[in-house]
Design a protein around this ligand. Structure first.
Ligand SMILES: CC(C)(COP(=O)(O)OP(=O)(O)OC[C@H]1O[C@@H](n2cnc3c(N)ncnc32)[C@H](O)[C@@H]1OP(=O)(O)O)[C@@H](O)C(=O)NCCC(=O)NCCS
Length: 189
């Protein structure tokens, strides 16, 4: 299979696409290390609906013909975010300071199994972060060996780990990663 037929759409609203996103989510996150089920996909549907209302929301969809094969979305962290406070080891106040425009959070990135290793995630990520006013991008990734594809991708795109955090009760600890926006001001922990 090649990426020849894959097309990308970038939009600022999720709207009627949420059900399709949830179907892809359920398929992708059934895999280890996530092993999520239909209930998690239903939770995702609700969460995604809320996240789509956030400032700076941006969604990228990848389609092969009419078929949705991957998606990625994110939004800007608000000034009063608890994102950095959740880190096990506190970061510098100056680094953790937010003003609602400083940081774009990539909340989801998923590509269906049959369409992997063709650069689709890389293309979606490029589109997601293109022309961002933010000075840095952040995301989380599971430390488990099965999440190696995601961790390898983030490392190759220039993300660096700034710490570990658990976002929400019952959620696993994740590595928190940061990528300075190419061409933006230097930023580091
Ligand atoms: C992570 C994921 C989105 C990557 O999607 P993809 O379209 O296959 O990724 P790409 O083809 O764009 O690959 C980008 C880079 O990722 C890395 N990568 C991807 N799959 C990999 C694998 N199986 N093993 C090692 N590295 C891998 C490589 O560095 C690759 O670049 P290269 O092909 O030039 O070597 C996909 O595997 C996925 O949906 N996984 C399950 C959900 C998930 O983990 N999402 C991230 C949550 S934090």
């Amino acid at each position: 299979m090649t990426t020849t037929g894959v097309t990308y759409e970038r939009t600022g609203e999720a709207g009627r696409r949420l059900d399709a996103l949830a179907r892809v989510y359920q398929e992708v996150y059934a895999e280890p290390p996530y092993r999520e089920g239909p209930r998690d996909a239903a939770d995702f549907r609700v969460r995604a609906g809320r996240q789509a209302m956030r400032d700076g929301f941006r969604l990228v969809l990848a389609r092969d013909g009419d078929e949705l094969v991957g998606f990625s979305y994110g939004y800007r962290l608000p000034a009063d975010t608890g994102w950095w406070k959740a880190l096990e080891e506190p970061l510098d106040d100056a680094f953790a300071e937010e003003n609602g425009r400083r940081t774009f959070n990539v909340a989801e990135l998923a590509v269906r199994g049959a369409w992997r290793r063709q650069g689709i995630a890389a293309a979606m990520h490029r589109l997601l972060i293109a022309d961002q006013e933010a000075e840095r991008i952040t995301l989380t990734v599971r430390p488990d060996p099965e999440a190696a594809p995601a961790r390898t991708a983030y490392a190759s795109w220039g993300y660096r780990k700034v710490g570990r955090a658990r976002y929400g009760d019952g959620h696993p600890a994740c590595d928190v990663m940061v990528l300075p926006v190419p061409g933006g001001p230097a930023t580091g922990p």
